[in-house]
Design a protein around this ligand. Structure first.
Ligand code: PLP
Length: 1006
């Protein structure tokens, strides 16, 4: 059969091509891979196909090319007489209509990941363009009777008896009722030709590692009908929301995209969600009917599952969805909203004071992420903290106000979290104004009101007593105000339906024991509608959904008789900081991520941005014992209260720190030098080596990094060898890094440690040849910037013996690897069975406070002590010594090395499982929480997958996980979290990474 159609393609269209059968419900569809490199689709319509169906599609393609020339629709290839299709017998002699069009590239939306909001918005724009192009298109076949015409979807009403599950039947019946209520309005809308079947197999998507993902085609016009364009949006929306993590935002993105190119009215927008549900109802009823006819076909039931999941599982309020779609398109949240705003503005200054006094001069107090350090643990506001929130603004009972639209970290209960992980999205932004005053203070109605809700919500951190009042404007529009954290006595004094006069006192502020545990205040919130919120208004919103919540619950300042600007929180604008940074700092001060991130708070292994969004920090090794560790805070504050000076004066903290450092060192290392950084420490180590050996020349592995000072840079091939680098000094001799995954000796070579070590002989020869003298050898014990390399066991021990034999000093840079990070080892030298002469420590030892340490032998220290004073002003400061010792004590006291072993094991096991599923992972290596995942294009050539690594880095950040990339080709994912990381966090890394790797598989051509 294929050969037959191949011949037809050649004889009629002159196209020589290899045919491959494509899926198709009724027709024979072929992908024609042309000998000339051009690809086409050959459509052989089903037997008995109405020629009008083909004619309609061919003409529609013409129309689209004419009115939307850039639109990604295929080109129709006409037959020689100019017609769009031919009619001819198939191999069995039966008449068939055939037509050919150009093939578009891309994968189907169904097979593509991620379904990002930006891609969905793009899709919305394309659908808008398509509908615009089809507006004037007419064809008799558009008017056929068709079960998928959404305007006629009522046909399913008598068929719902096919649904045997009573719950499902009732639910679908409700969907139909909503649709029926809409029918007159729908019938009144203008109709034009629409695609009518933008399902996820009719959308083609082109992804790229570095660019934007875009819709590369909308195909299959076979279901076209005339209908209002809202049907088009609702149908596409019905596919877009299915199994989407954020269905509401997905639909909003689609509609906003459409509206941006083909504006729709608010009335049309209001119909979209009920129509979407109706389309899904048609799908499930239709497929249940089909299942009756083909009971043995499991596919019918399987294909229904996502629609049922959405219809039954998603608790999406239709009213809220309507509001959301309106806001996404820039419409007022309700038709009454502009009138209510006008009323509030006009009346500002005339409302009765709700606190019983003028608030014009009331001070503002910020509880924002930026301003406040409450709660200390942003995952768990303690009852004590809740009861004292804002205590710093307390001024003898004077009223002070809390900001509207302020991001805060005090909302730590599970109800605020929107996902399973600690770093999942959470609601942080306060969409009300607070007025803090002593408990017992009376509140007054700002204007005439009717009591809509009065309750005692007595759960911890809830409202306690709460009242919602409804108000009517002179135009008859209703709006609402909410008063939370009240004395629950209000439930006995107020009745629902009761009216209140303007200025009437109606409730009192509760004590912490009565008001949900908070320091006494009223949460005062305005809502322009309660449609979709009912009685249970969220008082705090997701920072990424403010486009909706700020419209529904705007700033209530007018009702307080004060300007909006007074209560409106002014966020720390990332853009401003970024711009200033550009002006004031050098261009080579690099920022992480294409779209930088700004962090204002941290806790253990999480960071929080300016809007309070949590991120899992799986990258930063400096906060070794965790961000904002209470013991570090306490010790630093305590020492700063006392004094802070240098090593020219005696202080027990200096020797206590030295004792602690040395307690973890091999016995032969007994002398400590304290400095401020890893760079300074390596600089000093170089001087020690030179002083002791009398030589100048150093040997070091390629791609190493030892710091940013002149000497340290000269020892850092990772920097000096980069374009623009200072280049290699004549006293520096590089050896190949002992990378047994990619380097010249691989894991299948049992002698690789010795072979890599032997490369040092060449370097020694080089020194001799230039008449130099060896000072020593420096290496990161496990090279980190070189790609989280784990050299073969024993490599360093072998190198060291060669260096010592040549009179050199062996320096181990343990800045990245020390202090228990490796789990099995406190230092990486233990794994290497190596005994260095100098160990260099930095970064994690101060947990953020700048400390570096050089530890060496008494003999080397003596060689250095040549009469010239050694002094580092801040190295060994009292503050540094106490901080450094505290860090080391915490590692011991909290069992963090053991945690690194356990969590590292879980992480490495999980990564190795991912490696089995994803060819992109060439290697997984590491110990404890020092982990590298090398991405390769193929496992034979090991061609580095640099762009893929960059993609993963940025996507992980979008998933709120911070990791890094490293290695000479930047293709190694670097995972190096604080040692406090927990099981759930490790699982989050694995799940998100797995998702990113699956996404990457969609981008390869298929
Ligand atoms: C292995 C190693 N040594 C030394 C340094 C330099 O430390 P610092 O930046 O604190 O000067 C670094 C910094 O990244 C490092 O990774």
């Amino acid at each position: 059969m294929r050969a037959y159609w191949q011949d037809v393609l050649k004889s009629i269209y002159g196209i020589s091509a290899e045919l491959t059968r494509l899926n198709g419900e009724y027709d024979l569809n072929f992908f024609a891979k042309g000998d000339d490199g051009k690809n086409h689709i050959l459509k052989v319509m089903h037997v008995g196909c109405d020629v009008q169906l083909v004619d309609m599609q061919c003409k529609a393609l013409h129309q689209i090319k004419k009115f939307a020339p850039g639109f990604p629709a295929p080109f129709l290839v006409p037959i020689p007489d100019g017609r769009g299709y031919a009619s001819m017998p198939d191999a069995a002699g039966v008449m068939r209509h055939i037509w050919v069009m150009t093939a578009l590239d891309g994968v189907s939306y169904a097979d593509f990941k991620p379904h990002s909001l930006s891609l969905i918005e793009f899709l919305g724009r394309q659908i808008g363009l398509l509908d615009k192009a089809l507006e004037q298109f007419a064809h008799p076949y558009l008017e056929r009777d068709f079960k998928w015409n959404l305007t006629k979807a009522g046909w399913i009403r008598p068929k719902i008896t096919v649904l045997t599950n009573p719950g499902r039947k009732a639910m679908v019946s409700e969907v139909i009722s909503d649709f029926e209520a809409l029918e007159p309005e729908l019938a009144a809308l203008p109709k034009h030709a629409i695609h009518n079947d933008i399902n996820d197999y009719n959308i083609l998507v082109r992804g790229s590692l570095t660019g934007m993902h875009e819709v590369s085609g909308l195909i299959d016009l076979g279901d076209m009908v005339t209908a209002p364009r809202v049907c088009e949006i609702a149908i596409a929306g019905a596919y877009v929301v299915l199994d989407h993590e954020e269905p509401e935002n997905a639909l909003a993105a689609l509609v906003a995209g459409y509206h941006s190119v083909h504006p729709i009215s608010a009335a049309e927008i209001d119909m979209i969600y009920p129509l979407l549900r109706m389309r899904l109802a048609v799908s499930v009823v239709n497929s249940t009917l089909m299942a009756e006819q083909t009971p043995d076909d499991p596919y019918v039931t399987i294909s229904q599952a996502p629609a049922w999941r959405f219809l039954e599982g998603q608790k999406i309020d239709a009213g809220l969805m309507r509001a959301r779609l309106r806001c996404a398109c820039g419409f007022p949240v309700t038709d009454a909203a502009p009138r209510i705003h006008a009323f509030l503005n006009a009346e500002r200054g005339n409302f009765a004071p709700i606190m019983g006094e003028d608030l014009a001069d009331a001070p503002m107090g910020s509880l924002s992420v930026a301003a406040s350090t409450t709660p200390r643990n942003p995952f768990d506001l303690s009852p004590q903290e809740a009861a004292l929130v804002g205590q710093e603004f307390e001024d003898q009972g004077r009223i002070w106000l809390g900001y509207y639209a302020e991001p805060r970290l005090i909302y730590t209960a599970d109800v605020f979290r929107k996902g399973p992980w600690k770093a999942s999205n959470r609601r942080t932004v306060h969409i009300a104004v607070d007025a803090f005053a002593p408990a017992g203070r009376s509140l007054h109605a700002p204007m005439e009101a009717t009591v809509a809700v009065v309750e005692n919500r007595n759960m911890h951190l809830d409202y306690g007593g709460v009242v919602i009042l409804s108000h009517k404007t002179p135009d008859g529009d209703i709006f609402y105000t909410l008063y939370g954290h009240l004395d629950p006595e209000v439930t006995t004094t107020l009745k629902i339906g009761q009216t209140l006069k303007k200025g009437e006192a109606f409730c009192k502020l509760g004590t912490p024991a009565q008001n949900g545990g908070w320091s006494p205040h009223v949460h005062f919130q305005l809502a322009l509608t309660t449609d979709g919120m009912g009685d249970d208004w969220p008082g705090v919103a997701d920072p990424d959904e403010l486009y909706l919540w700020q419209e529904l619950c705007p700033n209530p300042a007018a009702l307080l008789n004060i300007p909006d600007a007074k209560t409106a929180y002014q966020p720390v604008e990332m853009e401003t900081v970024l711009e200033k940074r550009r002006v004031h700092f050098g261009g080579n001060l690099k920022l992480s991520y294409e779209n930088p991130v700004m962090f204002l708070r941290g806790w253990r292994h999480h960071l929080f941005d300016e809007m309070g969004r949590p991120y899992l920090d799986a990258y930063n090794n400096v906060p070794h014992v965790g961000h904002a560790h209470p013991r570090i805070q306490a010790v630093a504050a305590d020492q700063l209260k006392r004094m802070n000076s240098n090593t020219r004066y005696l202080h027990p903290a200096q020797t206590e720190f030295a004792d602690k450092v040395l307690s973890k060192m091999p016995d032969h290392l007994s002398i400590c030098f304290f400095v401020n950084s890893g760079s300074e420490a390596n600089e000093l180590a170089l001087r020690l080596a030179r002083a002791h050996s009398g030589g100048k020349d150093m040997i070091t592995p390629d791609h190493g990094y030892h710091g940013n000072t002149t000497g340290a840079i000269d020892l850092s091939a990772y920097k000096f060898n980069k374009p623009g680098g200072v280049g290699q000094q004549d006293w520096v001799h590089l050896v190949e890094v002992a990378d047994d995954y990619r380097g010249r000796f691989r894991r299948d070579d049992p002698d690789r440690a010795g072979k890599y070590a032997a490369l040092v002989d060449d370097a020694l020869d080089e020194i001799a040849a230039r008449g130099g003298k060896l000072a020593g050898f420096i290496a990161e014990t496990f090279p980190s910037v070189g790609g989280q390399i784990i050299p073969p066991k024993g490599y360093l021990a072998k190198v060291y013996s060669k260096i010592r034999a040549a009179g050199g000093v062996c320096i181990a840079d343990e800045v990245q690897t020390g202090l228990g990070r490796l789990g099995d080892y406190y230092y990486a030298i233990e794994q290497q069975c190596a005994k260095p002469d100098i160990i260099v420590l930095g970064k994690p030892i101060g947990n953020g406070h700048p400390i570096g340490v050089v530890v060496t032998t008494a003999e080397i220290a003596r060689s250095f002590s040549n009469g010239i004073e050694y002094f580092s002003t801040f190295g060994g400061s009292t503050l540094s010594c106490r901080t450094g010792k505290e860090v080391l004590d915490i590692v011991d006291d909290e069992g963090l090395q053991e945690n690194a072993r356990l969590m590292g094991g879980r992480l490495l096991d999980g990564l190795r499982s991912l490696q089995k599923k994803h060819n992109l992972i060439g290697d997984v290596r590491g110990f404890g929480l020092f982990v590298g995942v090398e991405l390769v294009q193929d496992r034979e050539s090991l061609a580095p997958a640099t762009d893929a690594a960059d993609y993963v880095l940025n996507r992980m950040r979008e998933h709120r996980v911070l990791i890094g990339t490293e290695g000479p080709h930047d293709n190694i994912l670097k995972i190096r979290p604080p040692l406090t990381i927990e099981e759930g966090d490790v699982d989050m890394i694995l799940e998100k990474l797995s998702g990113c790797l699956s996404e990457l598989e969609c981008f390869s051509p298929c």
